[in-house]
Design a protein around this ligand. Structure first.
Ligand code: ADP
Ligand code: MG
Length: 699
């Protein structure tokens, strides 16, 4: 049976080599199995039948039963037209075709009873249906009419080759007709019984040929659950394998370094959320297991401090630590604040980035190997093979969504016993996505901002209100504040609609001749970038004009206004990150979104969402709904395929949690799935592993 499903699609009745090629090139369907798992994107309820007398042209679609009489054709080529009269016992309407006439004519059966489906329109005072769907009325189960009809996505190319949604449905019917046996169950019997799941054969048949809404939702539930369950089983079993395989460094004590910092250097009281997370991390690091933890916390929630305190615990236990950031600006900033905060402790802290000089690098490499460096801060440069630690015990990856799994893995291998790993992300991701993308990590959340922060006020202005915005900026600067102005592009490129950074800079200088304006962008040399950033940080300049290089992490508490030019061009998480650059001090901060009048529906939703809420998690949910999981930051690099066939992470959160709990329950009783009753799971997992990149060995 399994072998029957793996048969090539071209041997299925109604396919043949030409359609097989199309199915493959357009939809990636090569086997019967692929077709079976090509699911409808929508359904239309065709259980209701009307009579001709009942219908009118305001109805979206109708379904009638009757006979076709008086077929007439006229015209040729582009003007060809065929019409027919359709009657039932209550009256008649016209059916009209402009295309595919030959085929319709050939296949039309005189005297047969037809079901006609389509949109009624009024033409010359008479109702007609253009290009109706026709089906001979019979009582078989695979008949479309009288049931809920599935619709499949098809391409233009397919349609012009008569591979319409309906044709696919017909192929599904042929597939089921050709099956010699039932489709084999992928779940053990005890499992379908326990979790009340429809059997797979039934579910697959129903999803293509539903008979009623209840049955359809039970079928969809079964298929969604299965899809999500196996992903969770895979993720969680990797996690438990990893926990069994790798020992972790045991940080048994909190010592002088930590305590001195805590009691003497800490500039403020930690929030309860920060304390809670540090406790969670400490517990992990003392457990003997290697820690892999995700620290989530909205922008400005104080993740850096948490990471720093944990680094100090590692140092107290005679280990080295490192912190990796995605941009040089951020690495430099971390180096600056951390060096300053830790000054009284006399630790050795080094900065390593792509632009460190050869001489500096050599020295740092040497110091790392001898164990002289306690804390290494840097960019991707930390990943290089030449960077060898004497005894690396704790790794922090800031803004993790900017890195991939492979990079996380590299840091793993920097010690024989892998270091504990803390990844941090401020791009809040919806819970469902976290369970999938970061499903193999333990999660800590900082759900509280430091006290005294005022919520940022977000305003949306069209470009014609620019003068008002400038007046506002001037007022804020007069109060001693600083301003960011962010542009989407570095150079004029695709379109003149978009504000150009260089132009923008000149305009800003002209509008504010009395101010000092700094500028940073990605193409600047690091030293220049650093100089400009420093000028802004030290308040020498009042305005910083920049591209999104400042998007993540940058911390200048005195800056209170973030102006985002062409805001419609940015994604939601980017807007939220940018907004997070302000609101870091005690002053009221503002985020001003500038946009043109011409906004797409999605841009409107994005900008409205920003104005409406400061809650990163809510924003992430909207983002997920707008874009789908595959496009969200971090998911591409996650190593998990997002080719979900039926489940939608944005909508199926409950099913996902359920699937994860069930997977957890199974693994907690039978971690490597050795028992007989879990045999099917074990086999499925090993097939999944063979089919995809195996990241079990890395993280
Ligand atoms: P993020 O979580 O976005 O990385 P940061 O770690 O950059 O946030 O912290 C944002 C700002 O809040 C910094 O200026 C930091 O010094 C400050 N901060 C962190 N923790 C506290 C606290 N408990 N009380 C007051 N300010 C804090
Ligand atoms: Mg940060």
């Amino acid at each position: 049976m399994a072998s029957q499903l793996s048969q090539e699609i071209k041997f299925l009745a109604g396919v043949g080599p030409r359609r097989a090629d199309l199915l493959k090139s357009e939809l990636g369907i090569e086997t019967l199995y692929d077709l079976l798992y090509y699911f409808p994107y929508k359904y239309v309820d065709r259980t209701k039948f009307y009579t001709v007398r009942e219908i009118n042209d305001s109805m979206p679609f109708v379904q009638l039963v009757g006979k076709i009489i008086q077929v007439e054709t006229s015209g040729v080529g582009a003007k060809a037209r065929m019409s027919a009269v359709f009657t039932d016992s209550t009256g008649s309407i016209d059916l009209v075709w402009f295309k595919g006439i030959k085929w319709v004519k050939q296949t039309m059966k005189p005297n047969a009873t037809y079901v006609v489906f389509g949109k009624p329109t009024l033409f010359n005072g008479r109702l007609n249906i253009v290009h109706p769907e026709l089906e001979i009325h019979d009582d078989s189960k695979t008949m479309i009419s009288g049931s809920i009809q599935a619709f499949y996505n098809t391409s233009e190319k397919m349609k012009s080759n008569y591979l319409s949604s309906k044709a696919i449905l017909k192929l599904q019917a042929n597939l089921f007709a050709s099956l010699k046996d039932k489709i084999p169950e992928t779940f053990p019997a005890w499992f379908t019984a326990k979790y009340k799941l429809m059997n797979i054969h039934e579910a697959l048949r129903t999803v293509h040929f539903p008979e009623n809404p209840d049955q359809l939702s039970a079928a969809r539930f079964r298929l969604k659950f299965e899809e999500l369950f196996f992903i969770q089983l895979k993720i969680l079993s990797l996690k438990s394998n990893r926990e069994r395989r790798f020992k972790g460094h045991i940080f048994s004590k909190v010592g002088d370094v930590f305590n001195t910092f805590y009691y003497k250097c800490l500039p403020f009281e930690m929030t309860n959320a920060q304390k809670k997370v540090i406790r969670e991390i400490r517990k992990d690091m003392g457990s003997g297991h290697q820690m892999n933890r995700l620290l989530q916390g909205d922008v400005g929630s104080g993740k850096t401090l948490v990471a720093l305190m944990c680094m100090l615990i590692a140092i107290d236990n005679s280990m080295q630590t490192c912190l990796m950031a995605p941009t040089e600006i951020l690495a430099i900033q971390h180096f600056g604040t951390i060096s300053q905060m830790l000054q009284p402790l006399g630790l050795s802290i080094r900065l390593l980035t792509g632009s460190s000089s050869v001489k500096d690098r050599r020295l740092i490499h040497h110091e790392l190997e001898t164990g002289a460096v306690d804390i290494l801060i840097g960019t991707h440069a930390l990943l290089e093979d030449k960077v060898v630690f004497q005894n690396l015990g704790f790794v922090v990856i800031d803004e993790q969504h900017r890195f991939g799994v492979a990079q996380r893995a590299k840091l793993w291998h920097k010690n024989t016993i892998p270091p504990h790993i803390l990844v941090m992300t401020a791009t809040p991701i919806p819970r469902t996505l976290a369970m999938t993308v970061y499903g193999d990590l333990d999660v800590s959340v900082i759900d509280e901002l430091p006290p005294g922060r005022k919520p940022i006020k977000t305003l949306h202005f069209y470009d014609n209100k620019r003068k008002q915005v400038y007046d506002f900026i001037r007022k804020e600067i007069a109060l001693g504040r600083q301003i960011y102005i962010v542009y989407p592009l570095i150079e004029e490129s695709e379109s003149f609609d978009y504000k150009n950074l260089q132009d923008g800079y000149e305009v800003v200088c002209k509008v504010f001749p009395e101010m000092k304006v700094s500028m940073v962008h990605g193409r600047m040399k690091p030293a220049e970038k650093d100089k400009e950033m420093m000028a802004f940080k030290s308040r020498e300049s009042q305005i910083l004009v920049s591209t999104t290089v400042i998007e993540v992490g940058v911390d200048v508490p005195n800056a209170s206004v973030m102006v985002i030019e062409s805001a419609e061009r940015f994604g939601l998480s980017q807007l939220h990150q940018l907004r997070g650059r302000v609101g870091r001090g005690a002053e009221q901060s503002y985020c001003i979104l500038m946009s043109s009048y011409k906004l797409s529906k999605e841009s409107n939703i994005r900008l409205d969402t920003m104005v409406r809420t400061n809650d990163g998690f809510e924003i992430a949910e909207v983002d997920l709904k707008l874009r789908g999981p595959g496009d969200l930051e971090g998911t591409q690099q996650s190593g998990i395929g997002f080719d979900l066939k039926i489940a939608q992470l944005g909508r199926d959160g409950e099913i996902l949690s359920h699937a994860r709990n069930v997977a957890n329950d199974i693994l907690s009783l039978d971690p490597v799935l050795t028992s007989d009753e879990n045999k099917l799971f074990r086999q499925k997992l090993s097939r999944m592993r063979n089919a995809s990149f195996d990241w079990s060995s890395i993280s």
